[in-house]
Design a protein around this ligand. Structure first.
Ligand SMILES: Cc1cc2nc3c(=O)[nH]c(=O)nc-3n(C[C@H](O)[C@H](O)[C@H](O)COP(=O)(O)OP(=O)(O)OC[C@H]3O[C@@H](n4cnc5c(N)ncnc54)[C@H](O)[C@@H]3O)c2cc1C
Length: 438
């Protein structure tokens, strides 16, 4: 009972403070034309696009967080390139004006009755639903990990959350030699390149700034069979790890932290415990539990099942998905979200008008990976691993451009264009400067 009252007050307060009272506010919940679940990169971008073409108060965004995070910034914070306050802004400042923000979280989906139930027990009825829930970090799937992350002197860190990326920078600065291990899980998550990005930056810092690289052994243990999914870029990354004396072990998955050692399992199930002085963990990730629990919406792994081109749900035509939580076989990045949000908002608007979805997502994704404080490569590709580079030079070769893009251009594009629903990805620029796109 206490919880319900608290929730009710919070919803009322949030509507008073952050938006006009939703005209679709019912006694026990809300009604709207479009419900956007999740106000991250995808949810915000699509809500902004829809708000320009519809009455904004026909749209509800269901999002629990007071802050909106620009997650690619976590890697720059962890490398001491940017301060931690650069990663977030108040959610109210990035949501489009006029849409109704319900500050609560989805608890249960009932797609047969077009209803989402919130954690506070409110019922939201919708005509169309956009699922933009992202993925969560499953720290607890690795016994001992959460405790080690929370303990300040463990040497264990990760860039996959805001708070721990600040700790990562402490661990990098305080490392004084020994074993440094960077891990990558065998399950897919968001921005796979970020796990290597922080390793190259740490290596460069230890080499250039505190000049103790010769006292460190760096190892990259990945649960997967390759260093990078696209051969062209994997080849260059092989050259980079070799030139930096970084050892790479494949099919070596972190399964536990035990007594100050990291326990890995190989492809045959054999376990090996390795001591470490520094451990950067990329946690396993999966969609939020509320989505996984609705079996008619998801695949076995809990990802929303959508048509990989139209992003419309495979069973419920009034449901669409965007971003990391869908089962599309692209690399999960904000770059992919930019292209997807343009496609999905147009298709959603078509469906509202009673027309079939026509626009198609081509699987575009990109990973601008810094390989030192001054260099990096920029991978860009479509479905079926087809290379699709924007610049008229070989982007797999280490160059300086990626540093400026990461530090200045991408944050600008994210906050000022993508979230405002005004960035469709680099296709137009590519057509101008690299029409052959090889
Ligand atoms: C360290 C790191 C580095 C990265 N680097 C890059 C990069 O260089 N380039 C790049 O393109 N991408 C990068 N990414 C990936 C990029 O940030 C994500 O792919 C992108 O944010 C996905 O957008 P999304 O909308 O799917 O999910 P998110 O942006 O994660 O948003 C999901 C939203 O759903 C909300 N939510 C969760 N549960 C609920 C619930 N039950 N009810 C309602 N709302 C809920 C969350 O609060 C959140 O706001 C990086 C990510 C990380 C972590």
């Amino acid at each position: 009972m206490g919880l319900n009252l608290q929730c009710l007050n919070r919803s009322v307060k949030s509507i008073r403070r952050y938006g006009k009272v939703c005209r679709a506010c019912l006694n026990d919940g809300y009604r709207c034309k479009v419900l956007v679940v999740g106000g991250g990169a995808g949810g915000c971008s699509v809500a902004s696009r829809l708000a320009r073409r519809m009455e904004p108060d026909d749209i509800i965004v269901l999002e629990p967080s007071r802050l909106h995070y620009y997650q690619p910034m976590f890697a720059l914070i962890a490398a001491g390139i940017r301060p931690s306050m650069k990663s977030h802004r108040p959610m109210k400042s990035v949501l489009p004006k006029g849409v109704c923000w319900v500050r609560d979280q989805a608890q249960e989906f009932d797609p047969c009755n077009n209803i989402v139930i919130t954690k506070c027990g409110k019922k939201i009825e919708y005509d169309f639903l956009l699922v933009a829930l992202g993925v969560k970090n499953d720290y607890d799937k690795i016994p001992g990990l959460r405790h080690a992350l929370n303990y300040p002197y463990s040497g264990v860190c990760t860039i996959y959350s805001d708070a721990y990326s600040v700790k990562t920078w402490c661990c990098i600065r305080n490392f004084r030699g020994g074993h440094a291990i960077f891990t990558f899980p065998k399950t897919t998550g968001k921005c796979p390149g970020a796990a290597q990005k922080i390793m190259y930056l740490a290596d460069d810092y230890w080499r250039q700034e505190i000049k103790m690289r010769s006292m460190a052994n760096i190892t990259y243990n990945t649960g997967g069979p390759v260093l990078f999914g696209i051969e062209k870029y994997a080849k260059e990354l092989h050259r980079v790890v070799k030139s930096r004396c970084i050892a790479v072990n494949y099919c070596t998955d972190l399964v536990a932290l035990d007594d100050g050692k990291a326990v890995f399992e190989d492809g045959n199930g054999t376990k090996i415990s390795l001591p470490y002085n520094f451990l950067h963990v990329t946690p396993p990730m999966s969609p939020p539990c509320c989505l996984k629990a609705c079996q008619s919406l998801v695949n076995e792994a809990g990802f929303l099942t959508v048509d990989q081109h139209t992003l419309q749900h495979t069973t419920f035509p009034n449901v669409f998905g965007v971003g990391d939580c869908t089962d599309t076989p692209n690399s999960k990045t904000a770059a992919a979200v930019a292209v997807q949000s343009a496609v999905v908002s147009r298709n959603l608007l078509s469906c509202i008008e009673g027309k079939p979805p026509q626009y198609k997502y081509n699987g575009y994704s990109a990973c601008p990976m810094m390989t030192s404080y001054n260099t990096g490569i920029i991978s860009e590709f479509l479905y079926d691993k087809k290379i699709c580079e924007t610049f008229p030079f070989d982007q797999s070769k280490e160059g300086r451009l990626v540093v400026y893009l990461n530090k200045y251009v991408f944050p600008y594009l994210y906050w000022n264009r993508l979230l405002k629903g005004k960035y469709d990805g680099p296709a137009n620029i590519r057509r101008l400067i690299n029409p052959l796109g090889k």
